[in-house]
Design a protein around this ligand. Sequence first.
Ligand code: FE2
Length: 254
Amino acid sequence: MPPIPALLDPAAQALHQAAQQPSAPRFDIYAGIHKALRTLMADTLVRLGRCDLDHADDLRDTLDRTILMLDLMASHIDSENAVIHTAIEARLPQGARQTTEDHVEHQHSIAALHQDVQALRQARPDLRPLLARHLYRQLALFVAENLAHMHVEETDNNATLWALYTDAEIGRLEGQIVGRLSPEKVMAYMRWLAISLSTAELTGFLQAMRLGAPAEAFDATLALIKSELSPERWDRLATSLQMGTLVPTATPTH
Ligand SMILES: [Fe+2]
């Protein structure tokens, strides 16, 4: 893809350059979810690498996790296409071309990885090592491609978004993304956010949620986060949220 500034007139180009190094922090729509997805991808790859292929439960659980990762990555692509890329292209035609093209490749990779998982699931025991090595390598390439891709989104696409939209507008785009997801999918992402974000980042997320979401949803999210954090991290988060002895009332999801 040509660099985005080449697509802009001189005034817009200057604006774009300024947005790449904002003087004040801007709203980063990618930062949190990409941290979560990096953790999910890395953890899944490691888990696949150490899977005991002769242990039925380990193999099943590892392949189930791999499918979950692929499904959450596919859903993430769908959200970015439908909301972020649509917003960029509405004000800058072709402005999201590189990452849109990347997404098409990623969708092909996800379909192929689904087939690789299925092949390993159904394979005779003597064929599992070969198929597992193939799946592990293909997943590693997928992770590598996505790490590079997310960097482009967090630099080039963010700079474009910041040149085209205010923080309030970008915040509303994030609201649109969350609004498109089922409650189950929100919780599936939340688990990975909980273990990937700093206490300060989780505090900001929860403070915003406490203001805008129903109490039940807030409690359920808090319970899920608590179930994922060590007691020490949970104490730091509770202190940061100034919760005192307040504990979530909802049932942890797992
Ligand atoms: Fe993406």
